[in-house]
Design a protein around this ligand. Structure first.
Ligand SMILES: Cc1cc2nc3c(=O)[nH]c(=O)nc-3n(C[C@H](O)[C@H](O)[C@H](O)COP(=O)(O)OP(=O)(O)OC[C@H]3O[C@@H](n4cnc5c(N)ncnc54)[C@H](O)[C@@H]3O)c2cc1C
Length: 486
């Protein structure tokens, strides 16, 4: 079926691939224009990695995000959109997050005085001297910052880095920090260093309430935001097709001409004025017809992704901790983070019950990926018991699920590979590629939303706008004042 035929109005047909935050925001931005918008989503729900899952046990419902989702943005417009969609369900959440290192809890972001007290005088002196040494090497003698480890050493000293950031980072990415690009640090911790961390802790945070202390959250889980967005998109006469995906994307003379798709089991042809993709960039390249030149496909094959295994445990217990989430940097603990969703919103668990969401970082090639659900549960339970968080008798049920291509890996070669892929894709005039998997960019939901809105603006004005600056500015993601409308 040709969805364009015999349709004098609306003026533009837009096909969007993926109904995560990026794809939905694009449709939401285009919505007032009464274009004909069709979204293809391969799963059966909207929200992508930012959705909320529900697990029913008899008459009880437990909800969880896929990993804890804290909304944070420098862009006030996004808060306004969420407020409009969610109304009183856009709640304030007091943040408490900690790290568990060598058997002790530390607040996160780290409070240097608490940390110094916990680690003892000798280690504290080592950390201070390590920072002074790094200061001389990197700042005075000008040693270049070639990778993530250099970045951490230059800003915090290696001893503090090893104690906290480097272990956790290696757990996330599965490669040594010396093989990770410093871009990752720039996106996550830019502006923070040993000195600012201490002065923030001693002075600034006492005076200013920041988004570190409170964040916004949809009462029924992060995915509520995207369900509401999708409902409005559909109400305006647009389509979101589930269990649907592109099979082949034809292009000629720098324009996308035809897309052959599988729409819920039926082959369908689209000839949109614009195509917007938020599906993984390497997958998109692989279904182009004609295929991109070999050097583009070779660069795409070199992009690496990190996979995750999730374990969700429902509990016959009112509460486990006061934390939203806890990080576990030590390598001898197999998971990286646990979250208690009830501490985001009471509506995430039935009364008197709670749950833990546990994240393992891995790859399909690793043995952990092959572990049975029972083995993963036993492994986690064993550690959770030792740490003193839960016991076997608290457990009601558990669920294991695995996701691929969760985190784009910023290895040392990724900028060069991505550059040549982008220079190829940027030639396609009636095409936008947006979002975290779509641009191979380690960004949060706010930046995917911004990219979707930017693509909508570009389509509306027929101007090719560039999403490159979104989420790539050097911003420290924990920063930002809590203002009235945020
Ligand atoms: C564990 C974890 C914790 C996180 N914590 C936070 C947080 O605290 N705060 C925050 O702001 N962000 C957080 N994020 C990041 C946030 O989830 C992402 O930034 C956001 O989901 C990206 O949106 P997106 O639309 O770009 O991509 P996705 O969410 O990946 O959406 C892409 C969509 O495309 C679909 N798709 C893929 N392939 C195809 C295909 N072939 N055909 C059709 N559809 C396809 C997918 O099913 C998906 O729905 C977290 C992510 C993870 C994994």
């Amino acid at each position: 079926m040709d969805s364009n035929k015999n349709t004098p109005y609306p003026q533009k047909n837009i096909l969007i691939l993926g109904a995560g935050p990026a794809g939905l925001a694009c449709a939401y931005g285009l919505m007032p224009k009464a274009y004909k918008i069709t979204i293809l989503e391969k799963e059966n729900e909207v929200g992508g990695f930012a959705k909320t899952l529900e697990f029913k046990e008899d008459d009880l419902t437990f909800k969880t995000d896929i990993g804890p989702h804290r909304f944070f943005s420098q862009n006030k417009k996004l808060y306004q959109i969420a407020q409009d969609l969610l109304g009183t369900d856009w709640i304030d959440v007091n943040r408490q997050t900690r790290q568990y290192i060598d058997g002790k809890y530390y607040d996160y972001p780290i409070k240097p005085l608490q940390a110094l007290k916990n680690i003892g005088l000798i280690k504290a002196v080592v950390i201070i001297f390590s920072y002074l040494r790094s200061f001389i090497i990197y700042k005075s003698l000008g040693r270049p910052i070639n990778n993530f480890q250099d970045y951490i050493a230059a800003n915090f000293g290696l001893a503090l880095g090893r104690f906290n950031m480097l272990n956790y980072t290696e757990k996330i990415w599965g490669i040594p920090c010396s093989r990770l690009h410093a871009d990752w640090a720039k996106q996550r911790i830019k502006g923070l260093n040993f000195i600012t961390a201490i002065s923030d802790s001693l002075f600034k945070r006492k005076k200013t309430k920041t988004l570190i202390d409170i964040f916004k959250y949809p009462r029924l889980g992060n995915g509520q935001l995207y369900k509401k967005m999708a409902a409005q998109i559909i109400d305006r006469g647009n389509e979101i097709n589930f269990a649907s995906q592109p099979l082949e994307i034809f292009h000629s003379q720098n324009r996308i001409t035809k897309i052959i798709t599988d729409v819920n089991g039926l082959m369908q042809e689209f000839n949109p004025e614009y195509l917007v993709s938020s599906i993984p960039i390497d997958q998109f390249l692989s279904i182009l017809n004609p295929l991109p030149p070999p050097e583009i496909l070779a660069a795409a094959a070199k992009l690496k992704w990190r996979d995750q295994i999730y374990l969700f445990i429902t509990l016959n217990k009112n509460q486990v901790t006061d934390d939203n989430w806890i990080y576990f940097p030590n390598q001898n603990i197999p998971f990286a983070r646990i979250s208690e969703m009830k501490n985001f919103s009471q509506a995430m668990s039935p009364e008197g019950k709670t749950s833990l969401f546990i994240e393992f970082f891995t790859n399909q090639a690793e043995t952990l990926w092959q572990s049975s659900d029972q083995d993963l549960f036993n492994l986690a339970l064993n550690h959770l018991e030792k740490i003193g968080l839960i016991t076997a008798k608290d457990v009601r049920n558990y669920y294991v699920f695995k996701k691929q291509k969760v985190y784009p890996v910023y290895d040392l070669n990724y900028p060069a590979n991505l550059k040549i892929i982008k220079s190829y894709l940027n030639q396609l005039e009636n095409f936008y590629y947006i979002g975290r998997p779509g641009r191979f960019q380690y960004n949060n939901q706010d930046h995917s939303l911004e990219m979707g809105l930017l693509a909508a603006q570009g389509i509306e004005t027929d101007k090719k706008l560039n999403p490159d600056q979104i989420g790539n500015s050097d911003e420290y993601f924990e920063n930002g004042k809590l203002n009235n409308n945020s």
